[in-house]
Design a protein around this ligand. Structure first.
Ligand code: 13P
Ligand code: SF4
Length: 335
């Protein structure tokens, strides 16, 4: 029997008290089914404000988990509980090692204010929350770091070294990355304002200075717009850097004749205005985990609610939820 997934998904969305949510990196056919879309911060805020008791979240694990933490009464299901590769680079013990690294180099634990990028597991957010720290996303990192600095403490930034370094540069602050000693780059926490964990996004590492040179040579005057998960060298050589929503806005506001090459995930760039918008890489920058979710997965997840046998439900242990919530709510309180 052939199932018309789109028709069935639309039918169940009408029949059930459910909101379908999708990040911009989702496949087109999944993205088109969503009631709520946005960058990580918008998704968190919109889901929290949404009235439906059921959320079906098409994205990566930390996104669904964050909704469960800030809106614990909701039942959050994910068609694929795909884990962002960057979020996987740090766990609670690596976080503790980073704190210890700073303590061993003369910074008291009380003088450390941790900030975690939202692309991290709830257990890491909980550690950050317990130490009085906050979560940030790519769209509010400037404000959150500013807020963190009000404490007068050293910022420990996890897990994305690129985001940490890019915002340090933007804010005129000194940063260093833990664990690059073999490359001759010593990280002395006493000398830096922001001490970064050595995590990164492999998708955003695909964009190179050669890609930028290629487009600038081919189309003189072209704009280059990238996500701040790109290496600081790439951000410095670009005209604009911002979250996925900020990139969409930047491109939409350009003159239609103006050319732009965008350095972020393929599905999003491909959906941007056609004609004068290019993907800033010869290698297709697809996020494997974002791409795991299919229309069939979304159908099966909604069907599981209809059949009263929900699948892939997000559960967060109480202690973790309590402290991760502190870190997320501190972020949401910053306007
Ligand atoms: P945004 O918050 O900009 O949507 O980024 C999410 C992400 O995972 C980028 O790789
Ligand atoms: Fe994670 Fe990178 Fe995929 Fe974003 S693009 S979800 S940071 S692996």
């Amino acid at each position: 029997m052939n199932i018309d997934y789109k028709a069935e998904i639309n039918r169940m969305k009408q029949a059930l008290d459910v909101t379908v949510v999708a990040h911009f990196y989702q496949r087109d056919e999944v993205f088109e089914m969503a009631d709520i879309t946005g960058d990580s911060l918008e998704l968190a805020r919109k889901c929290k404000a949404d009235k439906n008791p059921w959320v079906v979240f098409c994205g990566v694990g930390f996104m669904g988990q964050s909704v469960k933490v800030i809106a614990p009464k909701k039942r959050v299901l994910m068609p694929k509980v795909a884990c962002c590769a960057m979020a996987r680079m740090i766990d609670g013990s690596y976080f503790d090692d980073s704190v210890n690294y700073m303590v061993e180099r003369g910074i008291a634990k009380n003088d450390i204010l941790p900030i975690t990028y939202i692309n991290s597991d709830a257990t890491v957010k909980a550690k950050v929350g317990e130490m009085g720290g906050l979560v940030c996303t790519s769209s509010n990192a400037f404000k959150i770091i500013e807020k963190g600095l009000e404490s007068g403490k050293k910022i420990l930034f996890v897990p994305d070294r690129c985001l940490g370094q890019n915002f340090a540069i933007q804010m005129g602050l000194k940063s260093c990355v833990i664990g690059l000693e073999e490359e001759g780059k010593e990280c002395d926490p006493k000398e830096a304002d922001i001490i970064c964990f050595n995590g990164f996004c492999s998708v955003h590492q695909l964009f190179t200075l050669d890609d930028i040179a290629f487009y600038r040579n081919k189309y003189p005057g072209i704009k280059i717009a990238v996500h701040p998960e790109c290496d600081p060298k790439i951000v410095a050589a670009s005209d604009f850097s911002g979250s996925t929503s900020q990139l969409i806005k930047y491109v939409a506001e350009l003159d239609p004749q103006e050319k732009v090459a965008v350095g972020t995930e393929y599905n999003l760039v491909n959906r941007m205005r056609k004609g004068n918008t290019y993907v800033l890489s010869s290698t297709k920058p697809e996020c494997p985990t974002m791409n795991e979710t299919t229309l069939e997965d979304l159908y099966l997840t909604l069907k599981s609610i209809e059949d009263k046998k929900p699948i892939n439900e997000i559960v967060v242990a109480p202690h973790t939820a309590k402290y991760a919530n502190l870190a997320l709510e501190r972020m949401l309180a910053v306007k």
